[in-house]
Every structure is written in structure tokens, then in C-alpha cells.
Design a protein around this ligand. Structure first.
Ligand code: ADE
Ligand code: ZN
Length: 347
């Protein structure tokens, strides 16, 4: 009797993968938010978890960010940042994530008087626990808030520099419209001079020109989102030609109304153009789920075959900021997983 090959969805859910676009503050579930609020004597502007969840009806990136920054106020102590990170890594591991490059927004915390070291120590405690419990490797990407002036971001970088060996890369997030990458060219030149790879959110709500700016003026090695690249054939062709990874977050894009429905998402066009797409969850506590939920939503809309899922996972490892031998090891695990499932995959 020949074994029946698993269906593409089961394969995709179980395959080893990397997550490269995850805001740790965006993994704050309502239950943990209220537990931390009680622990720290912080008052959230919502009566209870149900009221908070009811507020998760966003019509734009900004409508989400307002809530996201308000909820982040419950994160105060080293233990809070640890608990948050452990909770994320447990959920990610259950979805097959074996490597995670995690964004954090220190300005959101230092502005409230939480020391930079408290944030970093807590996140690292969580990474260590995630590695010990689930074998997930984790790295930290420090993001600058683009709605703030570049001088304030320089001050944040100065605060980070004593800890530079513990920061893997730098990124740019927050309100995209009206805050083009060009406003941060000097800041990112300094980050690169410190020897760090840089990434930037671009082409999420902003135009394709912001993607070009992120590449040309910031030296971005990956583009976070980039889903509006399909609106400019030259930008899309460049991304494909140069193999620039895109960290696409499907549920985020539909929840923030970048696309009205998943069926209208640009993901199939990006893949058809040959862009190096990866799938990620962005702010999973707010957008309806973690990587597994994103995979389910994408599969329900597009019905990808096993080869496409293999490509997406392989892209996630190739796009990671990790040594070549680590990447080769992860891709070896991916190949072994597909081989064991009896699914031949072309490279
Ligand atoms: N910060 C957290 N999530 C974000 C997103 N989707 N875009 C920009 N900044 C963010
Ligand atoms: Zn993001």
C-alpha cells in the first residue's frame, strides 16, 4: 500500500520555518495585558478583556497603533518582558517556528521611564527560556519609531550603544504615511556603521516609492511588508531581480484594511513576479492569530501547493540574519521534513 501524501495545509503548518516580522509588543494577549496591569498597578482604558477585544476593529495602521501603544503601558518590569517573550515563543514553536527575529520598540518603554536595560534583560531572559524549552533560536531587532523626529531616534540609538552586542539588527516601524524612509537616512547610516544589518517597514500603507527609499537611502536588507510593490512594475521587478526578502504579514494587511479581503491580497502577484516572500504574523495578538493562523487564512484564499509552501519556508531561512552554517542546518531540517512526508520538492 502506498502512503498518502499529506495535504499542503498540514505540511505547511508542521514544516520548520523562521519568523522574521514579529513585534513582541504585538504578541501581548488581552489576558496577559490585564494580568500585568494588575501586577503593576497600571490602569488600562478598557474595563476588561472582552472590552479590549471588542476594540480590535481597525480601519488603518494608525487606529491599531493607538491601541497597541496604550496596551504596551502594562510592560514595566524585567519579568514582564520575559513573560511576554516566553508566551510568544511557546505559541511560535507550536506553529513550527525554529528561529525568530523579534522586533522591539524601546522608545515606547523608555519614554515611560522603563530603563533600556530592563527591556533588553527581560527579552533576553525570555529568549533563553524559549531556547531551553522549545529549542527556538531568537534574535532581537531594535526598531525606531518613525513618527518621532530623527534626533529622538538618535538619542534612542545612543542609549542602545552600550548594549550593541546584544542587538542583532535595526528596523523602522510605526506610522508609515507621511514619514518616509528619507527622514532617517543619517540614523540608518550610523546603524550600518555599527556593523548591523537594517530593515524597514515600507510599502505597507505607504507608496512603492518608500520601498525604493528604504533600499537606496537606508540600505535595508529586507523590506517589512512591501505588499504595495505590485503597484509599481519597476519596483516589483527590482525586488525580484535583487532577491530582496519581503516579510509579508497577510492577516495584518487584511485587519488593517490594506486589502479588503484575503482574496485581494497581493501575495500571489508577488510570488508570480519572483519576489522572495516570507510569511509572518506582525502583531498576532491583535490580528487574529500567529503564523499558523496566517497559513490557514492564506491557504483558504489561495490553495497553494506543497512546492509553494516549501519555497516560503526556505525563503524564511535564506532571508534570516544568521550564519551560513546555521541556515544550511535549518534548510536541511526542512528538506528532511518534506522527504519524510514523501513530498518531492524542487529547489
Ligand atoms: N508596529 C507594530 N506593528 C506595526 C505595523 N504593522 N506597521 C508599522 N509599525 C508597527
Ligand atoms: Zn510590522
Amino acid at each position: 500500500m502506498t502512503a498518502v501524501a499529506p495535504d499542503p495545509l498540514s505540511l505547511a503548518l508542521g514544516m520548520p520555518k523562521a519568523e522574521l516580522h514579529l513585534h513582541i509588543e504585538g504578541s501581548l494577549e488581552p489576558e496577559l495585558a490585564f494580568a500585568l496591569a494588575r501586577r503593576n498597578g497600571v490602569t488600562l482604558p478598557y474595563a476588561d478583556e472582552a472590552a479590549l477585544k471588542a476594540a480590535y476593529a481597525f480601519d488603518s495602521l494608525q487606529s491599531f497603533l493607538d491601541l497597541y501603544y496604550a496596551c504596551a503601558s502594562v510592560l514595566v518590569t524585567r519579568a514582564d518582558f520575559r513573560d511576554l517573550t516566553v508566551a510568544y515563543l511557546g505559541r511560535a514553536a507550536a506553529d513550527g517556528v525554529i528561529h525568530a527575529e523579534i522586533f522591539f520598540d524601546p522608545q515606547t518603554h523608555t519614554a515611560r521611564g522603563v530603563p533600556f536595560a530592563t527591556v533588553l534583560d527581560g527579552l533576553e531572559d525570555g529568549l533563553a527560556e524559549g531556547a531551553a524549552r522549545w529549542g527556538v533560536s531568537g534574535r532581537l531587532i531594535m526598531c525606531f519609531l518613525r513618527h518621532l523626529p530623527e534626533e529622538e531616534c538618535f538619542a534612542a540609538l545612543a542609549e542602545a550603544e552600550p548594549f550593541i552586542d546584544r542587538i542583532h539588527a535595526f528596523g523602522l516601524d510605526s506610522s508609515e504615511r507621511g514619514h518616509p524612509p528619507s527622514q532617517f537616512a543619517r540614523l540608518f547610516a550610523r546603524c550600518r556603521a555599527l556593523g548591523k544589518p537594517v530593515v524597514a517597514h515600507a510599502g505597507e500603507e505607504g507608496p512603492p516609492a518608500y520601498i525604493s527609499e528604504a533600499l537606496d537611502l537606508l540600505g535595508a536588507r529586507r523590506i517589512d511588508h512591501g505588499v504595495r510593490a505590485v503597484e509599481d512594475a519597476a519596483v516589483l521587478a527590482r525586488l525580484a531581480r535583487d532577491g530582496v526578502p519581503l516579510t509579508v504579514c497577510p492577516l495584518s494587511n487584511t485587519r488593517l484594511c490594506v486589502f479588503r479581503t484575503m482574496a485581494e491580497h497581493s501575495l500571489p502577484q508577488l510570488l508570480a513576479a519572483g519576489a522572495k516572500v516570507t510569511l509572518n504574523s506582525d502583531d498576532p495578538a491583535y490580528f487574529g492569530g500567529y503564523l499558523g493562523a496566517n497559513i490557514r487564512a492564506v491557504q483558504a484564499a489561495f490553495g497553494f501547493d506543497a512546492a509553494t509552501w516549501y519555497r516560503l519556508a526556505r525563503n524564511s531561512f535564506e532571508a534570516a540574519f544568521a550564519p551560513d552554517d546555521a541556515k544550511a542546518g535549518w534548510i536541511g531540517r526542512l528538506d528532511a521534513y518534506f522527504a519524510a512526508a514523501g513530498v518531492p520538492v524542487g529547489r
